[in-house]
Design a protein around this ligand. Sequence first.
Ligand SMILES: [Zn+2]
Length: 632
Amino acid sequence: MVMPWIACQAQMLAGSAVPISYPGTIELDVDARDTRHRIMTVHETLPLPAVDGDFVLLFPKWIPGDHAPSGPIDRLAGLVLRVDAVRLDWQRDPADPFAFHVRLPPGARQLDVDLSFLAPIGDVRDGAVMTRDIIAVKWLYLLLYPAGYPVAGIRVHAQVRLPGDFRWTTSLTPDPGAAADRPTFAPVSLSTLSDSPLYAGAFVTQVDLDAVAGRVRLTLLADHPERATITNEQLAWHRALVREAVALFGYRPFPHYDFFVTLSAPFGINGLEHRESSEVFLDPDAFADWQSKWDSRYLVAHELVHAWNGKWRVPDGLDARDFNTDLRTDLLWVYEGQTQYWAKVLTARSGLWTAQQARDDLAVIAAHYSHYPAARWRALADSMHDPVVNARGSDEWRSWQRSEDYYDEGVLLWLDVDTLLRSHSHGKVTLDDAARAFFAGGADSAAMKPYGRSDVVDSLSRLDAFDWEEFFAERIDKIDRWDPLEGIRRGGYDLVFDDRPAPLCTAEYARRGLYCFSSSIGLTVAAEGTIESVDWEGPAFRAGLAPGMKLIAVDGQSFSPERLLASIIVASKSPRPIAITAQDLTQVEEFSLPYHDGPRYAHLVRNGQTPASLDAILRPRAPVRGGNGGDR
Ligand SMILES: [Zn+2]
């Protein structure tokens, strides 16, 4: 969609397929030193085209990688516009709060913009931009840009002021000779700038992940110095990750690449992809407590894979010319789904996970989708709308709602494709071959190549004459027509449930303090008793329990997770139901849970004697030269 006034400002673009450049270079000066108030102050200077009257500035609305209109416009404050030191009135567009109108005086040559960005403050558990020790300069949060021009045609010269004792890093090219605490950068297009965040911190460790110094760097930023350390073994596994990714795709789609990894609770656990860098937010102890904090480690691989899948090859509809045109998200099963598949595979191939950990992760995903009432009313295709429909909001009834299933159901979907390719060709053709062909040709990191669904189908058909169109239609577009465990079985494994605790549940507990009873009584619960999730139509659901209720007692004794587990074991040998006392907002109630199948946790076990293609998929393929993690 294009707003009428954008079309008006961009009338010079009409009928032209050639991108029009914005005249001159925008100067952007960010002061990020105020870590106490968590406020960044911005001065921006825009040279003006020969426009009389109404001029429209935009605050970025669709943040690339979020797949949603998530631009944090609520955090924009202190907006002042001036021409020749004279302050101008501005009005927000009546139909679009991300657009600002200003009437320029005749002959105006330059517009000065002042604004501040109010970073999240207080007890933030996710989405921090600034703490006392870490600063993330996300340029898209810190500017207004002129409407009507493709962002690839707007040039910006950026500089940032940082606390004097902070170390900073970015994939932008710094101007030589600038002060260490006030770096300036060679002018780049707004699309490149938006894709090139800067991270700065008080406790920073930076290591090389490639044999060529500076080509691929890993930067750890933490709130405490002891958390920002990496062992030789951890370093070797991360180097192997880069080697395995390059072995998979056959080349690097960037001249250099930076991982910015925060180890800080306010930043949460998540990631954001860019072409020459990625932001990866991990548990504060992800490196310090390597053994138990393993479950989110695949995020490093996920964001790296996006350099090929998402940043070089871009789905039709996600290749917008600016940040305020509505995006289309119907190919996220490739953009995110195949990325998630490769993330898990590469995490295993590199040694960051053992093959057993990769299978434990897969078992929990498989268990989730093996009984999935949401698939009865909502096709996977419809969950591509979740970044907008739900925006990572409520998912208390996830097994009835769906929640961005293109990620994890995407893993099962692409495992299905991979094992099918291998089975049809007796192991000669794999999804590695398909990926290498589909994502080829992106050595120029300024370029991107859009694709549609038919391109994905055609690329597979070239390797394997099979009805891939129908294959994807069954799994993506139709309701409840797919057995999501097909790929696991074809890969040589079965999903089983037994009373051995699932390692991913243990990791989940270590990270979030959650106890996992989803495959038995159908709920997860925090140590102090609050129910986090209840499986739709599971035993706890049928007994009347709901997320948010607090368990007080089990079989007449005060609640503890151990007490609940003991009662589940007792009930497996007795006809008596489990008696639960739980508190809702206003009342305490008794619940009777007639569950007698004992503790159940998901595992994958081998289902035959023939070689398992899942084992082959997870096996490393990149040669190790000299055993030191080096690479040419
Ligand atoms: Zn992603």
